[in-house]
Design a protein around this ligand. Structure first.
Ligand code: PLP
Length: 389
């Protein structure tokens, strides 16, 4: 399990957490070699999670773009409505293997909180979720879902009251309760081994895309596109393709048009340490973590997984930002053309994918990871449409 990605990654944490990180890495190394663990992970992915998810040919959207074929990897159909389940299930099983009865998690859009709460219920683990007050207000239905699933939701009132502050609160809880508690981190970020571990659990997305592409059109895709918040659905999509010829494009949140850096840490940030890892971070001149802005709570994060930092520098993956209005436009395209309401996070990727498809020939194929469904975003979308976006 790589500890470093070039200069990025590492584990910059207080000493009290080191034993827990070492135990987590050892448990995962043993578990992945244990056929019984792998069998249970596969079985529950299928019977509880709904995997494998389909690869769908978006015929109407393709016609609208007028170029390469656009295919959607339907992670919106995973249990709970997003790819977050893949990681929550894997780590939930590791927590049980370590004998830890309590899960804590941070959440931005609420999707990871919902995934953790449902895994906590299914595996009989007590679950508490930290969520910024701002995010609680804009993702109200997910707050209610977590509570109905038996989780306690703690509002976080410090800082910008969004995801980064929720991670800080969860880390504080973990330091205080590390013997009984597993911190079920929701993205490919944070101290080693989390970025590698989460990427492993999410790589099922890319493996299925490769297999389904061969089955559906007898070749690998020419381009794979995924949105990047912390970067877990993107790294899960990209990792199995790194050694192929598939071009890879990660899309960050550009925020509102006109001067904002949004939450685009790879496009507008600088290397620094955030939440235990050395990676690209949006910072102000003094090196303070900058406040971020995005229409999608799930992308609204000043950092990014360290593997993406390395893939950016190495040039293997291209990263670009799409503004809020692009995501809202793509939301409507997918709704009107395909009858699918996407989450606003992957709507950023769909907007970019349509632009890419337009520039490519009809013989090429673009696969986009549709990381989640849009039910949670209806209020935000309707509000934006009323304001004339
Ligand atoms: C959380 C979330 C994201 C962003 O997280 P990553 O770790 O970057 O994948 C993207 N899409 C959806 C639907 C989400 O819920």
């Amino acid at each position: 399990m790589p500890r470093r990605y070039g200069p990025y990654g590492g584990a910059f944490v207080p000493e009290t957490l080191v034993p827990a990180l070492v135990e987590l890495e050892r448990t995962w190394t043993e578990a992945r070699a244990d056929p019984a663990f792998r069998a249970e992970l596969t079985l529950l992915s299928r019977t509880l999670g709904g995997r494998p998810t389909p690869l769908y040919f978006a015929r109407n959207l393709t016609r609208r773009a007028g170029g390469a074929e656009i295919w959607l990897k339907r992670e919106d159909l995973v249990h709970g409505g997003a790819h977050k389940f893949n990681n929550a299930l894997g780590q939930g099983l590791l927590a049980r293997r370590m004998g830890k009865p309590r899960l804590i998690a941070e959440t931005g859009a609420g999707q990871h909180g919902v995934a953790t709460a449902s895994i906590g219920a299914a595996l009989g683990l007590e679950t508490e979720v930290y969520m910024g007050e701002v995010d609680m207000a804009r993702q109200r239905p997910n707050v209610e879902r977590m509570r109905l699933l038996g989780a306690k939701v703690h509002p976080v009132t410090t800082g910008s009251r969004t995801l980064k502050d929720a991670i800080n609160a969860a880390l504080r809880d973990w330091i205080a309760n590390v013997r009984t508690t597993h911190y079920l981190l929701g993205s490919a970020v944070g101290p080693h081994p989390f970025p590698s571990l989460v990427a492993d659990f999410q790589s099922v997305i890319g493996r299925e895309i490769l297999r389904q592409s061969r089955q559906s059109f007898g070749a690998l895709p020419d381009l794979a596109v995924a949105c990047v918040g912390g970067g877990s659905n993107a790294i899960g999509t990209f990792r199995p393709m790194l050694r192929t010829k598939v071009a890879l494009l990660g899309i960050e949140a550009g925020g509102p048009r006109g001067g904002s850096r949004g939450a685009a840490s790879l496009s507008h940030g600088r290397p620094g340490v955030l939440h235990g890892a050395y990676t690209y971070v949006l910072q102000n001149r003094e090196g303070q973590v900058a406040d971020t802005e995005s229409v999608s709570a799930g992308l609204d994060y000043a950092g990014v997984g360290p593997e993406h930092a390395w893939l950016r520098d190495s040039g293997r993956v291209t990263y670009r930002a799409v503004h809020d209005d692009g995501a809202l436009t793509a939301f409507r395209w997918l709704a009107e053309e395909e009858g699918i309401l996407p989450a606003l996070e992957p709507a950023h990727a769909i907007y970019a994918a349509v632009g890419e498809a337009r520039r490519r020939s009809g013989r090429e194929r673009v696969v986009v990871t549709l990381s989640g469904r849009g039910d949670k975003d209806l209020e935000v979308v309707l509000g934006a449409l009323r304001r004339g976006a």
